[in-house]
Design a protein around this ligand. Sequence first.
Ligand SMILES: Cc1cc2nc3c(=O)[nH]c(=O)nc-3n(C[C@H](O)[C@H](O)[C@H](O)COP(=O)(O)OP(=O)(O)OC[C@H]3O[C@@H](n4cnc5c(N)ncnc54)[C@H](O)[C@@H]3O)c2cc1C
Length: 407
Amino acid sequence: MNIAIIGAGAAGMAAAITAAASGEHRVILLERQARVGKKLLATGNGRCNLSNWNAAEQHYHGASPDFVRHALNAFPVQSTLDFFQTLGLYTVTESGGRIYPYSDQANSVVDVLRFALVRRNLELKLGCEVVGVKKTEDGFLIRTAEEQIPADRLIIACGGAAGTKLGGGLSGYQLLRSLGHHCTKLYPSLVQIKTDTDLVRSLKGVRANAVIRYELRKSLLARAEGEVQFTEYGVSGPAIFDLSRMISTAGEGELHLDLLPTMSNDELLSTLCIRISRYPTMTCEDLLTGILHNRLGRTVVRASEIPLTQALTSLNWKQLTKVVELCHDFPLQVNGTMGMENAQVTAGGIVTQEFDPKTLQSRIVPELYAAGEVLDVDGDCGGYNLQWAWSSGRLAGELRESEAQRR
Ligand SMILES: Cc1cc2nc3c(=O)[nH]c(=O)nc-3n(C[C@H](O)[C@H](O)[C@H](O)COP(=O)(O)OP(=O)(O)OC[C@H]3O[C@@H](n4cnc5c(N)ncnc54)[C@H](O)[C@@H]3O)c2cc1C
């Protein structure tokens, strides 16, 4: 059988290696970029958080999050690590069950996959963009700028729209739609959030551990906890990424940051009162010094409409309680996300009900498969998206006879 796979990213490479393993079939892997796994190289800040021990359907989103169940059961985390170990990659587990290559380098992951693609029955075509696919009587005809490639089975693993500079785009959705599939609305997820910049601009580079509430018209839509990074356009960091899917899909609204989640109002008030009585000559510039990052402390004081030059001893009760209130509820108006270009993953994609979750074969076109981010599946931050790419890629690449062949 001739098996064609479009896209040499995480899912496409996993599918190609799996499909070529028996040596019985001809596999052709088509990649439009000059090298394989370009996006993979940028993952996990160049470290590649390739999986997570907690990978299970509750960490995935889409119209049917349980769609991932079969692929994750068929190719769970341990089997993924065994697969990589066979390819020569050693891994290490960090906090939260996050799994990284032992080398700490994303290129190790790409390298071992690249080595495994060199097989007699596997042809890799780089710089080869697929511009169209057609169902024929006995299979598929795949159109590139230079040629038409026939295939008996086609696996589309073109990834999603996120991370445009790293190869993200709409091509996979277009190819699958041309074969009769449907696509949901697409949103950026695991992405930085734009906010009012009046206060945050001066905080560029500051990090804080916070509990964050995301509210829309006064109702609480989501909550996250962890590191927030302030930037010139708004906020970033793991806790913000956790909220970004909801913000992307629900719209604007407000973030409320509890910058001192482990300190009660009373504790904070008494700490500030001690400071005022102990240092009568100090100004409000240093009211929160030693409690929050200096720049963040000054920002909270300014947001309380207290001049930084005001003497600590002249602070009135109303001003003090305002500072305490803002430490526990620092509001930021959301002005959108940093978009698909900067997003790590696409929320939405090709409708999963149109695929059999046990095989990833299309229910519309026999012998057509899809894997990875192109489908309406997106995971939380922490290695879940790559685990989906590996599991779905391997499931799609598994060689089982289709109903059509058996008949
Ligand atoms: C900056 C960044 C950091 C990330 N970090 C992590 C992380 O640490 N952990 C994690 O789990 N996830 C992470 N992700 C998400 C993860 O990288 C993706 O979810 C995953 O790569 C999706 O795999 P895929 O194979 O479906 O798509 P991709 O890896 O995007 O691969 C698709 C491939 O198809 C090719 N292609 C597309 N169209 C065509 C065409 N018409 N013809 C030929 N080739 C085509 C593309 O060039 C690309 O190489 C990150 C994403 C980004 C952008």
